[in-house]
Design a protein around this ligand. Structure first.
Ligand SMILES: *Cc1c(COP(=O)(O)O)cnc(C)c1O
Length: 356
């Protein structure tokens, strides 16, 4: 249990007047959560303070060796005015796994959830009200020790910032075009593909820019060894429905264990679908598209929830999925997850954490 000190801002900002123009991740609330780590002292001085710049020594390890990681989750406004989170303990568990991989001391899951809920409670009025809007929460940890030797830092800071965000599909949920990347790779076995560290994103930017220049909205990543098996799409997990059954890459080291992915698998199994978690070759996907058995393709992640894929391009082959329409299973997953998240549907799974 954290003892969280509160320092209120004396200069509260005006809340965004038009919630239909929030966009994503560019407006920030009045406060942030901060906690320090020091060898011998552990995590300490948990506090909620006015949102503002972070001042660090230019030699801080985070700037040079990217000992840094993050999480992403949302606070949702219910119709009754209350606010809730979706499986926040899963983010806490994943942050621990990420910390372990990066030699950063763990934060207890209960403390993580307490910190998230405390910040949301303080910033409750910043949770927008329009349908499909949310308060996006960005927890992150940075290595702060000022030393240029390559080693794990002896000091860290953990932050949570919050950003009111607009409906992801302001113009309706439209399938996207995907470029299958066969040159660059995102992750390889033994690397950091399974954790949310900033370095993974820095390394993925070039492929994303190439895809955009070619007119595609995301990259589909193949495995880093054989460049043969599908792994993720952009910063989302990816599912394929072929001949009535679902396929997604196993989270065995190179694939980020998405909480949306996990929830989709649980829902699909509950609905009686067979879900294969394992290797699926891009050649088999293209073959299924040709013989008409590729029924649906969709990405999953907290920001978009579900992102239907309408077209895949791999080398000189092009596959159109479900005539560029969102498929029925994709739609049902979207409706069910968003229904539970915003509290318009019952939550039979115990996924909701009420902040009030
Ligand atoms: C965060 C992330 C996801 C999605 O995870 P969710 O918990 O569903 O938001 C998928 N892939 C990558 C690379 C990610 O960073």
């Amino acid at each position: 249990m954290l003892d969280i000190r509160m320092e209120k801002t004396t200069q509260p900002k005006a809340k965004p007047a038009d919630e239909s123009k929030l966009g994503f991740g560019s407006i920030f609330t009045d406060h942030m959560f901060v906690m320090d780590y020091e060898e011998g002292k552990g995590w300490h001085d948990a506090r909620i303070v006015p949102y503002g710049p972070v001042v660090l020594d230019p030699a801080a390890i985070v700037f040079h060796y990217a000992q840094e990681c993050f999480e992403g989750l949302k606070a949702y406004r219910r119709a009754d005015g209350g606010v809730q989170l979706f499986r926040p303990e899963k983010n806490g568990q994943r942050l621990q796994a990420t910390h372990d991989r990066l030699c950063i001391p763990e934060i207890p899951v209960e403390d993580f959830v307490q910190a998230v809920a405390a910040l949301v409670k303080v910033e409750e009025d910043w949770v927008p009200h329009l349908p499909d809007t949310s308060l996006y929460l960005r927890p992150f940890t940075i290595a702060t020790e000022a030393v240029l030797g390559v080693k794990a830092s002896r000091t860290y800071q953990f932050y949570i910032i919050a950003s009111p965000s607009g409906a992801y599909y302001a113009e309706g949920i439209n399938p996207v075009k995907i470029y299958v990347e066969d040159q660059y790779v995102r992750a390889s076995p033994g690397g950091t593909g399974a954790i949310k560290c900033g370095g993974n994103y820095a390394a993925s930017l070039l492929a994303g820019e190439k895809a955009h220049e070619l007119g595609y909205s995301q990259v589909l990543w193949l495995d880093g060894v054989e460049r043969k098996y599908v792994e993720e799409v952009g910063s989302m997990n990816i599912f394929f429905k072929i001949n009535g059954e679902l396929y997604t890459a196993a989270t065995v080291g190179t694939v980020l264990p998405g909480i949306t992915r996990m929830s989709c698998i649980e829902l699909l199994k509950d609905w009686g679908y067979t879900v294969h978690e394992g290797k699926l070759a891009i050649d088999d996907v293209m073959k299924a598209a040709k013989d008409g058995t590729l029924e649906e393709v969709f990405g999953t992640g907290t920001a978009a929830v579900i992102s239907p894929v309408g077209e895949l391009v791999y080398e000189d082959q092009k596959a159109t999925v479900n005539e560029f329409q969102i498929g029925p299973v994709t739609q049902k997953l979207y409706d069910t997850l968003t229904g539970i998240q915003w509290g318009t549907m019952e939550d039979p799974y115990g996924w909701i954490y009420r902040v009030d």
